[in-house]
Design a protein around this ligand. Structure first.
Ligand code: SF4
Length: 960
């Protein structure tokens, strides 16, 4: 007879439940945090929350272990050993903040550009961007430049929004859903819920992805495309649809610039620009009169064909004619592209036919009257039930911007944007490029000791908006908005460290970063970046980047490379605003925002970064952060969230505004606002009126609703931009027109890549190397259970992915003679890594891939140096360089999209070979073990959680 513990089947769960917002990935689901004995006992999804409606993923529930991670930093730290050693001393907050102030105050007075302030995947960019503006530096951006800016900017410039935070499929009505290159990535739970709806309704899910994992694994059709050729595939689909007449001509005429007249006057300064009237309004040909009229004139109907002779020379034709001319080219025939894209011609034709069938044979009609921007009343809403989603897979290439634009043009040709069953915007989108602010940072906009006149990030509309000086030299440290990356929109965080160390365009004095693991998985050329961070000026003996301030909640690899550490809280110990001013969480049918609030008080000497930033701002005397008497304006970030007004009546949160908390969108600050959010489950939500739910870009009911809510100050209806005049302006400059022209070495590139209609060109890395020597493409994907580098130190999530093998096709495995568990060398033009192999079906035969950010450096994250993440986990980053191989002229281009500067992670080309037997004890390369900062607990060999609540009952088991 023996006694064994038994599971108690109905335990008491918690003493109280607090409702806040998850931060285990970027989706921002609502969560109910169950607390017991003052500790987190359980996290569940909030069923009332608009984002997740109760759904919680593996990451979300593992938030408990994130909160109790042994890798949490405990004190402010000052470096005492050499950079990279990890040797620090604990200091007080007063010392830390005084040190930061002493570093930041003098350069603000002399040259505020000497501060480079960059943040990772933080969710407070409305604050951090404003702080940079008030400080006066143009050198600010978040992680978008190395994430998916091509998708965001391609969307904004084409349709006034993009996927995920900007819009979503009409899950309840769509007939076919096409996912391009999406791993379990951004928009995690909402896509899972949407896919569940589609599967329940028996609708078709199509995946276009070199790898059949994640969402692709449950697709009805998988197109295992060759990386970097998505644009060619999409243009071939467009050709098929145009040839077969399966395009929505009425939709194109009403809602896009397809009828707008484009001047054809080769060699002249107006070639390719829109024909405009004296008021600057683009012109169309009125079908009834044959005359040119403003595109928004009431009572007109337009022609998509025709020609207008221009008195000053040349002609003007509808941009639709240019489209037809470009896309009916045989170069886009399925047979012509099949080998390159890795998809047989018949399958391209089949998908085009499936899209056409869904869009036109399965048209939806909703009996809902609405009024359009010209005042025309419609009795119904016509839907084309085709929806799509894409993210980093098609973005992270040097041809990504044009590919993302092509995808939106495909949607527009089908008439499936912002219609029933199609892709729908989420407020405050749609918001086209011309409604966004332009970036500030030109020499005349940066004044020592003063704020900048505008925000550092925005949308340029032509060369005249670039952030360059009179000689054309870049003014930002990342060279964003220069001729290197004119339409960068999110900056180029991946170039900051290398540019600063090279002093190109100038050196900086302080690098201030938040939540950005640049010494490891967030950088290309990881070893090179570590070297740069420790590189010294041989003349002065000083580090080339003299001062580095870093804020993080955890002991990431980057911590060891900073001089001053400002330890952040976990997401359960802080205030946050999930704000409409930032990256919203609205749904297509409603407006929403949310908060985080301290459901637990920190048990360490840490502070929320946003509160620290406001404190620093006050110490520096930044306008907006101090009262007239010089005292701090805000007690902390919570105080700021309630009381800050970006303009009168508009603050970080749109709900519960005004004296009584009854105002929505606009309203004076409400002292009780945070309490109202907490009482409401941590969020606020408002339905969009029925007549305003579709055609938002052209729907006056929606436009007026948007003005009421404070999204704009006046209605901003617009037409979708299939033909981009902005791109053509840059091309004209490259042809020698205008006052602002690119340098000679970039002219051909601008002419080739800045086509006003989406085009495809081969990825740059493949063109820069001998493709026979590097015949394979190499990719990473983010696993379902992880988010960046946080997840792979979380003991519950590590049990799902403890290391990452390199996945290869069976065909490739046979060719190089390896089986599952063997090791291979993977070599690029830049580096070589030794990694374990796994063999799979369902991968493009020219592609190998692995999970992202699982590998860890020994000593970081409070993991054992023997942890599988350090011995069998690796980074592909070692193979990727931030620069392309040298060209014949000795110049090296950034490994980025030439239009936005998006990091071209997925252009990587490699070759593989079997690793010799006996060499494979662990992955290569390896690096010195980093020391842990002081006051960190020694990580236990086995991390246990919740033992105190495990009750056991003695039972007789011997007689079983
Ligand atoms: S999808 Fe992201 S935000 Fe939502 S529960 Fe999972 S980890 Fe949290």
């Amino acid at each position: 007879m023996s006694a064994e513990p038994q599971v108690e089947r109905s335990p008491k769960v918690s003493d109280e439940v607090k409702k806040t917002t998850c931060y285990m990935c970027a989706c921002r689901c609502g969560i109910n945090v169950h607390l017991r004995d003052g500790k987190v006992r359980y996290i569940e999804g909030n069923r009332d929350h608009p984002v997740n409606q109760g759904v919680l993923c593996a990451k979300g529930s593992a938030g408990i272990m994130q909160h109790y991670s042994p890798a949490r930093l405990r004190n402010p730290l000052r470096r005492v050993g050499p950079r990279g050693s990890g040797r620090f001393e604990a200091i007080s907050w007063e010392e830390a903040l005084q040190t930061a102030t002493d570093w930041l105050a003098p350069i603000r007075k002399t040259d505020p550009k000497k501060l480079a302030f960059f943040t990772g995947r933080d969710q407070s960019q409305a604050l951090t961007g404003w702080w940079a503006q008030q400080y006066g530096t143009p050198n600010f951006a978040a992680h978008g430049g190395f994430c998916s800016v091509n998708m965001a900017a391609g969307g904004i410039y084409t349709i006034g929004g993009a996927f995920w935070e900007f819009g979503s499929p009409d899950w309840d009505l769509t007939e076919i859903f096409v996912l391009f290159g999406v791993a379990e990535d951004h928009d995690s739970n909402p896509i899972k819920m949407g896919l569940g709806k589609l599967k329940t309704r028996g609708k078709r899910v199509v995946s276009v992805n070199p790898v059949q994992t994640g969402y692709a694994a449950i697709s009805d059709d998988w197109y295992g495309i060759t990386p970097g050729t998505d644009g060619l595939f999409i243009l071939s689909l467009i050709r098929e649809l145009m040839l077969s007449g399966n395009i929505d001509v009425d939709y194109l005429s009403r809602y896009t610039n397809a009828p707008w007249l484009v001047i054809q006057n080769p060699g002249a300064a107006n070639d390719g620009l829109f024909l405009r009237d004296a008021d600057g309004k683009p012109q169309i040909i009125d079908r009834k009169t044959g005359k040119t009229v403003a595109h928004d004139a009431a009572g007109t109907s337009c022609q998509l064909k025709g020609e207008v002779k221009l008195p000053e020379g040349g002609v003007a034709v509808p941009s639709f004619m240019l489209m037809a001319n470009a896309y009916l080219d045989d170069a886009y025939a399925p047979e012509a592209v099949a080998d390159k894209i890795g998809i047989p011609a018949a399958r391209v034709k089949q998908l085009a036919a499936d899209l056409a069938d869904a869009a036109f044979a399965k048209q939806i009609t909703i009996k809902q009257p609405w009024t359009d921007w010209k005042g025309e009343r419609h009795e119904e809403m016509i839907g084309r039930p085709v929806s799509m989603h894409a993210m980093r897979g098609i973005s992270a290439h040097s041809n990504g911007f044009q590919t993302c634009r092509a995808l939106h043009v495909l949607q527009l040709l089908l008439g499936s944007v912002e219609v029933p069953g199609g892709f729908r915007f989420k407020p405050p989108y749609p918001k086209p490029a011309h409604v966004h602010p332009k970036p500030a940072g030109r020499p005349d906009q940066v004044t020592p000791g003063q704020p900048m006149a505008g925000a550092p990030l925005g949308y340029v509309l032509g060369p005249e908006d670039l952030i360059i000086d009179k000689t054309g030299a870049p003014q930002r440290i990342d060279k964003a908005y220069s001729w290197d990356a004119p339409m960068s929109a999110h900056g180029l965080m991946h170039m900051v460290i290398s540019n600063a160390v090279a002093g190109d365009p100038y050196p900086v004095d302080v690098l201030f970063m938040y939540m950005a693991n640049m010494a490891w998985n967030s950088s290309m050329n990881t070893r090179g970046v570590m070297d740069m961070l420790t590189e010294k000026d041989p003349h002065t003996g000083e580090y080339k980047i003299p001062k580095i301030i870093y804020s993080d909640a955890y002991q990431s690899e980057m911590v060891a490379y900073a001089d001053l550490i400002l330890p952040d809280t976990t997401y359960l110990e802080r205030h946050d605003a999930i704000s409409l001013l930032d990256r919203p969480i609205c749904e297509a049918d409603g407006v929403a925002d949310a908060i985080r609030w301290p459901v637990l008080e920190p048990d360490r000497d840490v502070r929320g970064f946003q509160s620290v930033l406001l404190d620093l701002g006050a110490r520096l005397g930044l306008p907006g952060m101090v009262n007239d008497d010089g005292t701090a304006k805000y007690a902390d970030y919570g105080d700021y969230i309630v009381n800050h007004e970006r303009k009168p009546g508009i603050g970080p949160l749109a709900g519960f505004r005004g004296d009584t908390g009854a105002s929505e969108g606009r309203g004076t600050p409400n002292k009780g606002q945070l309490d109202a959010y907490i009482a409401n489950g941590g969020f606020w939500h408002k339905d969009i009126p029925a007549a305003a739910k579709y055609y938002k870009m052209a729907n006056m009911d929606y436009q007026n609703f948007a003005v009421d809510m404070g999204f704009y100050d006046s209605p901003q209806p617009y037409a979708f931009q299939i033909y981009s005049e902005t791109l053509q302006k840059f091309r004209l400059a490259a042809e020698g027109h205008g006052d602002v022209q690119p340098p000679a070495h970039l002219r051909d590139r601008v002419k080739q890549c800045f086509t006003p209609l989406p085009s495809w060109y081969p990825p740059f890395e493949g063109s820069a190397i001998d493709e026979d020597s590097y015949p394979l493409h190499a990719l990473t994907q983010r696993p379902m259970a992880m988010y960046h580098s946080w997840g792979s130190q979380n003991p519950w999530l590590r049990q799902i992915h403890g290391y990452n093998p390199m996945f290869v096709s069976q065909k490739l495995a046979d060719k190089i003679g390896v089986v599952e568990g063997d090791w291979i060398w993977v070599t690029s033009h830049h580096g070589k890594i030794r990694v374990p192999v796994a063999v799979m079906e369902g991968v493009n035969e020219h592609t190998i891939w692995t999970w992202n950010a699982i590998g860890k450096r020994k000593g970081a994250w409070q993991l054992s140096p023997d942890a599988p993440e350090t011995k069998k986990g690796f980074l592909l980053n070692h193979l990727i360089h931030e620069l392309l191989p040298p060209k014949g002229d000795g110049l090296r281009w950034a490994n980025s999209d030439p239009i936005t500067g998006q990091a071209a992670w997925f252009d990587l080309r490699v070759h593989v070979e079997r690793a010799e037997a006996g060499t494979a004890a662990e992955v290569a390369p390896q690096f010195d073990v980093i020391a842990a900062p002081p006051n960190m607990p020694s990580p236990p060999a086995t991390l246990r959680y919740g033992l105190e609540w495990t009750t056991t009952t003695k039972t007789k088991t011997g007689g079983q």
